[in-house]
Design a binder for this molecule. Sequence first.
Ligand SMILES: [Mg+2]
Length: 280
Amino acid sequence: MTGLVFTDLDGTLLDHHTYRWDAARPALERLARAGVPVVLCSSKTRAEMMGLQERLGLGGPLIVENGGAVVLPDGGPLAGAFPDRLGELPARVFGTPYPRLRDALDGLRHVAGARLRGFGDAGPDEIARWTGLDPAAAAAAAAREFDEPFLWEPEPSPVAVARAEAWLAARGLRLTRGGRFWHLTGDNDKGRAALWLADAVASATGARPRTLALGDGANDLPLLAVADTGVLVARPDGTHLPGAPAGVVLEPGIGPEGWRRAVERWLGEVQGPRCKNSDR
Ligand SMILES: [Mg+2]
């Protein structure tokens, strides 16, 4: 079976509060035994994601900063499909350079007349306070390339959000929401990057992989929409993000526990009874 799993990190593979993935580990191990690559797909930076990928024991491509780029830290047969370079690594860039996003956040602050505080306005200490990350992880989170996370306080009205979206859209930019922050990006999202990567894998291997995507937040919806199977795991309070596209599976398990259940169910479906037995 050729399969490909795309996953969000915070609140999905990683616990929303503790950033741990113990509950998902059995399913990660089953995917490794089945030879199914796991592609991390997050609003986190390249620096953060390369560290996490290593700690998770994974390899292969990464989708960084809400689909701002697909990068390939460890080279390999797919490298020829990547037309760009990001810090010497093979990459496919979709995003808008960070300095332009910082200028746009200044403009938006003015237009919205609101208190918008971005990662670029804060030092690693403040980012550590916001996120609960340790100082080294907060410094990696501050190394932005294609996505500016920001706090918008007090919580904006739907009208204020729509006005901000229109102002940004006129400049080819987008507003999306992750678990903790608003995100200002270029005209990119996780779904567009995942689709490009699935195509690249299909060209390299001659077979289209069956895709599973897992997420928990609004910025994951474009990703869930393009996968063969899209799964929304439950949030810490047991509810699901409203507004999931038709066909998306609402997994009742929370975060990494829901991740494990959904992946095991999907493996059972795509491997069929024979492979499932031989996997025990
Ligand atoms: Mg999330």
